[in-house]
Write a protein that binds this ligand. Structure first.
Ligand code: C2E
Ligand code: CA
Ligand code: CA
Length: 637
């Protein structure tokens, strides 16, 4: 009778119980991955316990406990079959973090363990793996080595998973799986070599400990500042729930005043407040999962509609109260968006949808709650459709340029044209430029569109250079983002050169906000344009709050007064006085004044009285296509 050294087994049991304790006491999501890891720890613990039990029983002299030993050994063998299976399931789940395993794959990986377990049961009568003689002494059976081959096969399977699916696994996960295999190999070898020192169970414990410290450490999934789950965890978890077709009702909370709070109260109070919000949100309901999706955005996810409705009201109440952090009273405005059955969207679309919903009310003065409905969803789908279409439109250059003539009060003729983009969708029809320009700015496609449009304009001028004898220039819009993108304005200069056109044919329109906010980035562009003779026009004057001194430092040749100021004129007499004075003041400073948005004869007459230089508006003409504008300017004969 051998005597075995079980020190390593006791150490293994201690380690595994410690891991289980910490793992269970930490915050976790109810995900497949967590269930598999828990299963792995459970199987590991049971394996070590039965290893200890069997060894103790077998060291019993005389085989008095033979029947019990036989039973325990059978359980231990079954566990020895389950541990490698648990490891393969674990490895599969790592690669399947994004997509769930196909049913067939699950069945295939279960066939072999099922055969092994059947054989272990048959062993009771057949004694293939082990048997006890009449004196109750344990003997190895002829198929004893099969257990080792089996474990080896599964180790190879895990190795293969890391090789075959290397693209689906991160470098860290691959490395850790290999580390796990190496640890198992090492401790199995020690046991095989010594014959009496039982170390394989310790190998399992150390392996699981490594997984717990790395891949399955719940701390790595939580947001360091608030302790709730992070964005990456949300995406994984959400996908899993969606695929299982579970209901997910989402309440999104944007703490919109966070920037303001950081500024007024300091960043540390802002951080403290976020932590407090996370805690209060956690206290709102038991069965809620909380995520911090972005700096100021939290998601609360609920499974039942009644929980969702209750929570939504509580969240709204929470943000209608004043928070107290570090002794300061802080009013905290939030935009709350409610989405029922979020599982119908992908996680990307869900987040985009929340962005869309929140953007509709972000200017609200106090906490607002908006509930997703069909109308909002339709608007979102429309925008998504356009976003998709923009890529095609850019690839196929589907944007058209329309031109709106600008009338000169002095000469009674059209003296310049504003180029405006037009886009038609095959089923949705006309898409207003405000819509697609904003989307293109968001997606970073604006400069591509700007360049395509500018080429069209240049090619139009090149073909019809005679029009430049009738008009001074063509006004082209440059959005703030176009100004920011490095190299964009240079490419516009290049395009003019490429077409061999005079720089003076063009005048770029930039808005007040662009001129103010980006004044540093602008200086080089402004200098170059000025030297080359490209004109600059200040667009939409009066629509924002510009810093006049910065604006006036830029060499604008003309200033366009926004249509909103003209609309106000009808409503109140003060606005009329204001308008007139702006015109006078700017003219004194040497600017040409363009009045935008004249729709009626009255408006036009008023503007003429007030002495504006040029008028642009539907009263004269809407923006029209290239052929029409040529007709309007009078084709040469
Ligand atoms: P914007 O630069 O202020 O252009 C003037 C807008 O006012 C045009 O709208 C024009 O059709 C409209 N408009 C002209 N006269 C009247 C009028 O009498 N009454 C009314 N109600 N509206 C009038 P549109 O073409 O829809 O363009 C909207 C905005 O989209 C433009 O505002 C401009 O900011 C932007 N945009 C258009 N094309 C381009 C482009 O190629 N590049 C860039 N970056 N922005 C563009
Ligand atoms: Ca404009
Ligand atoms: Ca304008």
């Amino acid at each position: 009778m051998n005597t075995y050294n079980m020190d390593f087994l006791f150490a293994a049991l201690f380690l595994l119980i410690l891991v289980l304790y910490h793992y269970m006491s930490q915050k976790k999501l109810d995900s497949e991955g967590n269930r598999i890891f828990r299963f792995f720890i459970g199987v590991g613990i049971a394996d070590v316990i039965f290893d200890i039990l069997c060894t103790l029983l077998m060291m019993q002299q005389g085989g008095a406990w033979a029947e019990l030993t036989k039973f325990c050994l059978t359980v231990f063998y079954i566990l020895q079959v389950t541990v490698p299976l648990a490891l393969v399931m674990y490895a599969q789940r790592l690669r399947n973090a994004e997509k769930r395993q196909a049913l067939q794959e699950n069945i295939v990986s279960l066939v072999l363990p099922a055969i092994m377990i059947t054989l272990i049961f048959i062993n009771y009568w057949g004694g293939m793996f082990f048997w006890f003689d009449s004196e109750g002494v344990y003997h190895r059976g002829p198929w004893y080595m099969l257990m080792y081959y089996y474990a080896f096969l599964y180790a190879v399977a895990v190795g293969l998973i890391t090789l075959i699916y290397r693209r689906e696994l991160t470098a860290e996960k691959k490395r850790i799986l290999w580390e796990f295999l190496l640890i198992e190999l090492l401790f199995t070898a020690v046991q095989a070599f010594t014959g009496t020192c039982l170390t394989t169970g310790f190998g399992i414990a150390v392996g699981i400990m490594v997984l717990y410290l790395t891949i399955d450490n719940p701390n790595t999934y939580t947001d360091y500042m608030t302790g709730v789950f992070g964005n990456a965890q949300f995406r994984k978890w959400f996908q899993e729930k969606r695929e299982k077709k579970e209901h997910i009702h989402v309440i999104s909370i944007d703490v919109v005043s966070l920037k303001w709070i950081n500024k007024v109260y300091g960043n540390s109070v802002g951080d403290r407040l976020l932590l407090q919000i996370a805690e209060e949100l956690g206290a709102i309901a038991d069965n809620v999962s909380i995520f911090r999706i972005a700096g100021k955005r939290f998601f609360l996810v609920l499974k039942t509609l009644s929980d969702y409705e209750r929570c939504r009201e509580k969240v709204k109440n929470l943000f209608e109260q004043v928070f107290v952090a570090e002794g300061e009273q802080i009013p905290c405005r939030a935009v709350i968006c409610g989405i029922v059955n979020g599982e119908k969207l992908t996680e990307e679309t869900l987040i985009a949808y929340v962005d869309y919903m929140a953007a509709r009310v972000e200017d609200a003065k106090e906490t607002v709650l908006i509930q997703s409905n069909e109308k909002i969803m339709d608007g979102f789908i429309y925008e998504q459709e356009i976003e998709k279409f923009l890529t095609t439109a850019i690839e196929q250059d589907l944007f058209e340029v329309y031109y709106q003539p600008v009338y000169s009060v002095k000469t009674g003729q059209y003296v310049t044209l504003e180029a405006l983009s037009r886009l038609h969708h095959p089923t949705l029809g006309y898409i207003p430029p405000n819509v697609f320009i904003t989307l293109a700015e968001k997606n970073g496609q604006i400069t591509r569109i700007g360049q395509l449009q500018f080429r069209r304009i240049c090619s139009f001028v090149k073909k019809n250079e005679w029009i430049m004898k009738r008009i001074h220039n063509i006004k082209v819009n440059l959005s703030p983002l176009e100004l920011l993108k490095y190299g964009h304005w240079q490419s516009l200069v290049e395009i003019i050169r490429e077409y061999g056109l005079s720089f003076s044919y063009f005048e770029f329109e930039i808005t007040e906000t662009a001129a103010t906010e980006y004044s540093e980035n602008l200086s080089q562009m402004v200098d170059t344009f000025h030297k080359l003779g490209i004109g600059l026009c200040l667009d939409d004057f009066g629509s924002g709050y510009a810093n006049m001194s910065t604006v006036l430092k830029l060499p604008f040749s003309s200033i366009k007064i926004d249509q909103s100021l003209l609309r106000d004129v009808e409503k109140d007499a003060q606005a009329a006085v204001f308008y007139q004075n702006i015109v006078k003041m700017f003219q004194k400073m040497g600017y040409q004044i363009v009045a935008e948005g004249a729709e009626t004869l009255q408006e036009t007459e008023l503007l003429e009285q007030w002495g504006v230089d040029m008028i642009q508006g539907y009263y004269f003409s809407r923006p029209v296509c290239a052929e029409q504008i040529m007709e309007m300017l009078g084709m040469p004969f």
